[in-house]
Design a protein around this ligand. Structure first.
Ligand SMILES: NC(=O)c1ccc[n+]([C@@H]2O[C@H](COP(=O)([O-])OP(=O)(O)OC[C@H]3O[C@@H](n4cnc5c(N)ncnc54)[C@H](O)[C@@H]3O)[C@@H](O)[C@H]2O)c1
Length: 323
């Protein structure tokens, strides 16, 4: 486990007792972070993990700006690599990282655990099977107020280290789900504001994504409103809305409304599910050659290219192509 901050510590806890992988080493240059994790061998430098024969794979839970170089270093050391989102913040970096992984023949995983939520998996099956008719529009909102507790100089509030803060914090998960549904987008329009905090990288983001087939995704991510999580797909014959009861840090289940033309709405509750752990276990099983991993390199690259276009649009105020 590389990076023993908020999310790294959560993953260490989540993976306790996993039958598919064991966390054998924690890496963090920060002594206090290393000391916060009990019962785990730790080291200060990433190279310690890469040189360790007991390490088959690294899980990167580090600031975004390190992801690309750390993926390349893992691939060169012959280690499988699971990287937290965003994979990288520029398309060029993503291409370099993906090429290194492909050349080394190692498995790459990405921290888009929402794909492993049972209600989302069911929704994707319904879309594939045509149960909603033709999927037309994706709507999503992933907002939270956890960053209000961070000191103002934290990297997650920095315009340089985390450009378009609400995007890399939460919105990027919705970008991933929209790409999983409609494929790579061709253009985006984004509006980023700082309305109710002093966050240098914004607190309020809305994005419109346009897809080649004419479909649209509407995404909202706010970092100063209490938790709100909602995903909906509207189709030509019906629609589904998933409401999250809590942040993925501590899932409390999902309330799903399904509507088919001519029928009464149906409400279903999906109980809590450990999607973060399941994503990483799936990565481990894929690395062992047992199963395939559901997020393709093409989708990972499309996500970063979209990230780049959203960042450009937030700065220019214009519709920007996804290059
Ligand atoms: N999938 C999710 O839902 C989810 C949720 C939260 C965070 N994340 C992602 O996890 C990553 C970390 O976010 P966080 O909120 O835990 O940040 P954080 O600041 O709490 O933790 C990052 C840790 O990395 C350490 N670090 C810095 N440079 C390092 C290096 N070169 N090698 C090893 N460790 C280093 C820091 O000392 C710190 O302890 C980000 O990419 C973030 O987007 C994903």
């Amino acid at each position: 486990m590389v990076g023993l901050g908020w999310w790294g510590q959560k993953i260490v806890r989540d993976l306790t007792g996993s039958q598919y992988l064991q966390v054998v080493l924690g890496v963090d240059p920060d002594k206090a972070s290393r000391e916060r994790v009990e019962g785990l061998r730790t080291a200060p430098a990433y190279e310690d993990a890469l040189a360790d024969p007991a390490v088959d794979a690294v899980i990167l839970c580090t600031p975004h700006k390190f992801h690309a170089e750390q993926i390349v270093a893992a691939a060169l050391a012959g280690k499988h690599v699971f990287c937290e989102k965003p994979l990288t913040t520029s398309g060029d970096e993503a291409r370099t990282a993906l090429a290194a992984v492909a050349a080394a023949g190692v498995q790459l995983g990405i921290g888009h655990e929402r794909r492993f939520e049972p209600a989302v998996m069911r929704l994707r099956d319904q879309c594939r099977a045509g149960e909603l008719g033709t999927p037309l529009v994706f709507e999503g909102n992933f907002s939270q107020d956890k960053f209000l507790a961070l000191p103002p100089d934290n990297w997650r509030l920095s315009d340089r280290d985390a450009p378009v803060g609400p995007l890399s914090a939460t919105g990027i998960h919705l970008v991933d789900l929209a790409i999983a549904l409609f494929g790579p987008p061709v253009e985006v329009w984004a509006r980023l504001s700082t309305l109710a905090t002093s966050f240098a990288n914004g607190d309020t983001l809305t994005v419109t994504m346009g897809f080649e087939g004419g479909q649209t995704a509407l995404i909202t991510a706010i970092l100063t409103t209490p938790f709100a999580g909602r995903v909906a797909v509207l189709g030509s014959r019906g629609w589904v809305e998933i409401r999250d009861r809590n942040h993925p840090e501590l899932p409390r289940g999902w309330d799903v409304t399904t509507v088919h033309r001519g029928a009464e709405p149906v409400s279903t509750f999906y109980p809590p599910h450990p999607s973060v752990r399941e994503n990483i276990e799936r990565f481990a099983r894929a690395a062992a050659g047992e199963v395939s991993y559901p997020v393709t390199h093409e989708e990972m690259l499309a996500n970063v290219r979209t990230f780049e276009a959203i960042t450009a649009s937030a700065r220019s105020g214009r519709v920007e192509p996804v290059r």
